[in-house]
Design a protein around this ligand. Structure first.
Ligand code: C5P
Length: 327
């Protein structure tokens, strides 16, 4: 019997994010091109050692989170905040719980488990950190409980947990339609690497609050393309210089209204020779595109000194899909 499985899943930046108005289900149809990034969350599922009744326990599943995104003091504070949350709201717990009930339906064992989540993706930053937790947890639990679900089934389950979960499962570069959760992989062996500096803000943002403000400003599009647009046809084979010309996020104007502090960060970026920059997802992280890794490191050094920037992380994409790391 397997006693311990670790899986990882990538964060993302939306190179292009077009959003329609809220629909009858309260969600926003999207046309989005995702690039997954080499900042990965890891989730370990193991046979339960913890005593039930531990604060992070629900239904025989105990979760513990270790944040590793900033300096040790900040990491300790963020870890404590997350570990104080209701485990039923934790996406990794919900993912493991879904797989465990499928294991039960298939007549497999459904032992109690411990989950450890190690977070490297900025929190509440528009980079799908919570969704990556869910994606890694689905993959780890699928292996742990021997449920043998195909990637398409995991994607279906992922969609139930959050609109960004399928992109974290799929990895690479992909077109997301529907609510941004129906993926078509775009990259192949010829896709060049893109190097980014992700600028974290001092405070996070709530995605529902951003979408609500977007609606109140009537910024949603009337129609959205249902297939890859001609101007994006070569995006997966494009070098960074060309990617820079198509970067666009419909939520950016709304988020800049909500968070005027980001204007100063964008101004600081415009004083550098970065190829381009845009808000990542629903923000407030700003993604800055560099020519290559060395350029990204120079930009990181410069931008991390800006008072409006809480931290600057160098990363690159596209990234590997969610995958088992070791068993
Ligand atoms: O799917 P997820 O739970 O990650 O989404 C968080 C929130 O973001 C939703 O509750 C909804 O308010 C908003 N959202 C949306 N349309 C999308 C994706 C997310 O309105 N396509």
């Amino acid at each position: 019997m397997t006693t311990r499985v670790t899986a990882s899943a990538p964060g993302k930046v939306n190179l292009v994010l077009f959003s329609a108005r809220q629909d009858h289900r309260g969600y926003h149809p999207l046309y989005s091109i995702f690039e997954t990034l080499d900042l990965r969350e890891t989730v370990t599922v193991s046979a339960a050692k913890s005593l039930s009744g531990h604060p992070g326990t629900t239904d025989g599943i105990t979760v513990h989170t270790v944040v590793s995104v900033a300096d040790s003091l900040t990491n300790a504070r963020l870890s404590e905040q997350i570990n104080d949350l209701d485990p039923q709201q934790n996406l990794a717990v919900r993912a493991v719980s879904l797989i465990r009930s499928i294991a039960g339906e298939k007549g497999r064992g459904t032992p109690n488990v411990d989950i450890e989540v190690v977070k490297r993706i900025p929190i509440a930053g528009g980079m799908a950190g919570g969704s990556a937790d869910a994606a890694a947890a689905l993959v780890a639990a699928n292996e742990f409980f021997h449920t043998e679900l195909e990637p398409s089934s995991l994607e279906r389950l992922g969609r139930r947990l959050g609109a960004d979960v399928p992109s974290c499962l799929t990895g690479g570069m992909s077109l997301g339609l529907g609510y941004g959760d129906h993926m078509r992989r775009l990259d192949d062996g010829g896709t060049p690497r893109h190097h980014w500096v992700m600028l974290m803000a001092h405070e996070g943002l709530s995605t529902p609050a951003v979408f609500a403000q977007f609606d109140s400003q009537y910024r949603g599009r009337d129609t959205l393309a249902q297939t890859l647009l001609p101007e994006h046809e070569h995006i997966a084979s494009s070098p960074a210089e060309d990617i820079a010309t198509v970067l666009h996020n419909d939520l950016e104007a709304t988020v800049r209204d909500m968070r005027p502090d980001l204007d100063a960060t964008f101004r600081a970026v415009s004083r550098t020779d970065a190829l381009g920059a845009l808000l990542s997802g629903s923000g407030p992280t700003i993604a800055v595109l560099a020519r290559d890794r060395e350029h990204a490191q120079v930009l990181q050094g410069r931008l991390s000194r800006d008072a409006t920037v809480a931290g600057a992380v160098v990363t690159s994409g596209p990234a590997q899909p969610a995958k088992v790391e070791n068993t």
